[in-house]
Design a protein around this ligand. Structure first.
Ligand SMILES: *Cc1c(COP(=O)(O)O)cnc(C)c1O
Length: 400
């Protein structure tokens, strides 16, 4: 088998590409996986060579470990492959992968458009440091159409940020329409693609900068924090790389190795969790205590048609809205009664989770109200029948 079988061939299926992308070839004593390369110092044979910089991959100037090493490069290649972009930067957390591109493309006097349903800490950054630096943010209805987006863009709008589906409330955005409006007015389109993973192909839909929290399904085992930013041309790569370097951003190669290990089984996990998640979501949507389930792959989801048009699948994270007669304390009792669902943030691991959404989210363009108390469910790798039985006994305790 040639060293670089991979991945150049886009006709291979996702599972095939995840089995072959970013491997070590036969260079490392024949071992299949790239080793963990730890390193701060990079040595040169002589002073002139150091002055001229190491000619490492992409002919980039490289003198020090903060620029990443072979373990980072392997993971960068895999994530660029998943996202369908040309280059990827690995960062220490998903939130760093949100923060670095915002800081890279925004400066004092600029305006940023954020969906009302953006990941909470992204919102905190915009209202915190970015605001202090003279960058103004407007929160927009995630379900905005092309004309609506065009009307929101000002001469100084440099970034139109998107996240689809939205955190906790699962609105699907019309990314191609938003991107057309943004590009016609010279703004960059960024997207948090953590939910979509490989089911949404950002660069085919007009996104310029795609963000993923690798902490979620890529890691897959709730034991690693990492983020990625992927771009699709050289100019954007330079802007991103320079910002990452100036901010001293770096990810541990051990964590990159864990993410590479996670990626090998991700296709199987995702397929299984998509199926289990839908089974649980459908069961919940048929229960009398439940007003509605916020899962884009269910036909009753308000943007189901957009999801069907733009996504090739779903993950296993969704929202549940209970009937309005239940109070927050009832919701808490329901969640506290679950035996198989951990009460905790993050998601994408092998284990199921449930957290209360009501009281936990900020919305200013909309209300964030869906008619009753809400929770967010992540379905792990447990048997769906066991999860459903557990939800059933907890629902019996909902009414007190
Ligand atoms: C978890 C998450 C992040 C941040 O990832 P961390 O690695 O936990 O910092 C960003 N965006 C979304 C949509 C997330 O769910």
């Amino acid at each position: 088998m040639p060293d670089d079988v991979t991945t150049k061939t886009k006709s291979y299926g996702f599972s095939t590409r995840m089995s072959h992308a970013g491997r070590a070839g036969t260079h490392v004593h024949g071992f299949v996986n790239p080793p963990v390369h730890r390193g701060s110092t990079v040595l040169f044979p002589n002073c002139e060579a150091r002055r001229d910089g190491a000619k490492h991959r992409f002919e980039q100037y490289m003198t020090y470990g903060t620029q990443g090493g072979p373990t980072h490069y392997a993971l960068e290649d895999v994530i660029a492959e998943i996202e369908g972009g040309t280059r990827c930067l690995i960062l220490g957390t998903g939130l760093a992968a949100v923060a670095v591109p915002l800081m890279a493309w925004l400066k004092a006097g600029d305006h940023c458009l954020m969906p009302d349903s953006a990941y909470g800490p992204a919102r905190t950054l915009c209202d915190g440091l970015l605001k202090g630096w003279g960058i103004e943010t407007t929160y927009y209805d995630p379900c905005v159409d092309e004309a609506g987006m065009a009307a929101l863009i000002r001469p100084n709008t440099k970034v139109v940020y998107t996240e689809s589906p939205g955190s906790h409330t699962f609105e699907i955005q019309d990314i191609p329409a938003i991107a057309r409006a943004a590009h016609a007015r010279g703004a960059k389109v960024m997207m948090d693609n953590t939910w979509g993973i490989h089911h949404f192909r950002p660069f085919e839909k007009g996104v310029d900068v795609s963000i993923q929290a690798l902490t979620k399904y890529v890691g897959g085992h709730s034991d690693v924090l990492l983020g990625s930013v992927t771009v699709n041309n050289e100019e954007d790569w330079k802007t991103l790389r320079v910002a990452g370097s100036q901010l001293g951003q770096y990810a541990s190669p051990d964590d990159c190795w864990l993410a590479l290990r996670g990626v090998r089984t991700m296709a199987v996990r995702l397929k299984h969790q998509e199926r289990s998640g839908l089974e649980v979501a459908r069961w919940l949507s048929g229960r009398p205590e439940v007003l509605r389930v916020l899962h884009p792959a269910l036909p009753e989801h308000p943007q189901h048609a957009l999801w069907k048009r733009d996504f090739s699948g779903a993950c296993s994270l969704f929202g549940v809205v209970f009937q309005p007669q239940y109070a927050l304390q009832d919701l808490y009792r329901f969640i506290d009664s679950l035996a198989l669902f951990g009460i905790g943030a993050s998601w994408g691991g092998y284990e199921s989770l449930a957290i209360a959404t009501t009281g936990n989210i900020t919305r200013t363009a909309g209300t964030g109200e869906f008619g009753g108390p809400m929770c967010r469910i992540h379905v792990g790798l447990e048997e769906p029948a066991d999860l459903i039985a557990d939800l059933g006994q907890a629902l019996a305790r909902l009414a007190g």
